[in-house]
Each structure stands twice: as C-alpha cells, then as structure tokens.
Write a protein that binds this ligand. Sequence first.
Ligand SMILES: [Zn+2]
Length: 283
Amino acid sequence: MRIENDMVLFNWPLVQRILTQGMYSSTGKWHGAIDMRCTWDGTTIQPVYAAEDGTVNWVHDWDGKTVTGMQSYGNAVKIRHADYKGLSLETRYAHLSSYVVKNGQQVKEGQLIGYTGNTGNSSGAHLHFEVILEGERRNPLVWLDNDFSLAWDTVYTYGPGEGPVKEEQEEPNMTYTSDTLKIGPVSTGDRTTMKALASQLGAAAQDQGDYLLIGPMEEEARDKVAEKAAALSLGCADYTAPAQTDLTSVLARLDSQDKVLEEISSGLSLILDKLVAAGKALG
Ligand SMILES: [Zn+2]
C-alpha cells in the first residue's frame, strides 16, 4: 500500500517471516531477492499473498527439470503495481509448487496468488521474493516493515543508508503475574515449538485441549515464553489453578465464629438474667 509521501509499504508475501537469505549471500554474492522459510505446521506448502494491489503480468511454468535461465524461477508469478515516483514497480514470487492466478488478472494486496514449493533452481522449499523497480531488482527489505527474523545471524539485511519502510510497532508490554501461562489456541506445530521452549527452560508443559499450560516458572522464563507466544501470534494469559480448599483457614474461621457465638450467647444470658430479675421485682 501507499503511505505518506507516496512511500510504498509492501505486505509480506508469507505469514511467517523468517529470512534464509537476503539481497546478498553470506559470501557476498548478489542474490537480488530475499528467500523466506516456508516450513511450519508440518508442511512446506504455504499460501503466498500479493505484496500490493496490481495486475499479474507474468506467470511461469517449470518444465520439471531445467534449473537455468528463466526456468530457474520454477513456477512463478510476477505482479505489476502502480508506478513508484514515475518508475514501474513489480514483485516476483518464485519456486512455487503452484499458482492460482492468470496473466492479466487484477489482484488485491494480501490476495492468495499461489503456494510455496521447491521448483526451478531450488535446493529446498522456500519462497524467493523479488522487488523490481524499472526493471532492476532492489532490496525487498527496503519496501517492507521490519517485522521479520533471520534464520541465521549471517543473513544480509540492509546496506548502508538502507532500512525498513516502517518500524514495527512495539507490542503492548504485557505484564504477567502468575508463574504459569496459558497459551493458545495452538496448532500442532505451535504446540511442538512451545513445548520445546518449555523443556529448554526447564518448565513443565501440560496440554489442556487447544491450549497449553506452561509453568510454574521463574519470571525470566515466563517472559521468554510470553515473547515466543507473541512472536507466533498466540494468545497468552496468566493461569491460576482452580482454588484449593485451604483447611487451615477454614478451621481458623470456624474457630473465630465460635468465639462470636459464645459472646452472643453469654450476652443473651446476661439480658435474660436481667429480665428475670426485672420480672421478679415487678411481681
Ligand atoms: Zn532466492
């Protein structure tokens, strides 16, 4: 979409934003795109979404074997967006297992255009995403917000003077007070991830239907669990076990009630004595 000063802020093409490669490889070789991990929830076939409104101006079919030239893209889609400062702007999505749009079709930002895969010159399923300005491939990260993480520290992000279009909004600082957190609802994949983290932190993890109870744990571990839950867009709340009946406090209460009753009854007998005495005086 276009934001202030006609700046472009693209929509991330995948829900999960983990980069396995940036504009340059770790050895400094020009890549001209970002690669995004597409393995989660037990599959590598993830929906791919249009980065912005536009018109599909290229769809490409892989021949199933060639990994050079345009065939290196595998099954792929390119979208032409509105001009940016008088220059043509396009995005390309490559190595798809399949695409669901036609050449010439108008698409909306966030619309499903295909599914990730491992076609063309690809040695493992991932999404290869390009931003093309006036025919030249530009660093896609400069057209996106900074709401992403890196698969490895060595992944290239920004060059000198480059940065995200928009800083990620700080998450509201949730404060938890319980030593146990209730996470969810969780998918199978998220459940596995959260349980792995819990075990890493030495905290118990217990299934509770669609939810997961993690704890008891120290504050530091709790913060890590809450942070991970937020990163996975999972619900997270303090969990308090159903109240246990504390016999000591119940007994103490009964005891004090006994004392009150004793005082009342002694008070009553005092009044009664006085009434009897008064009656006698009258009689
Ligand atoms: Zn790539």
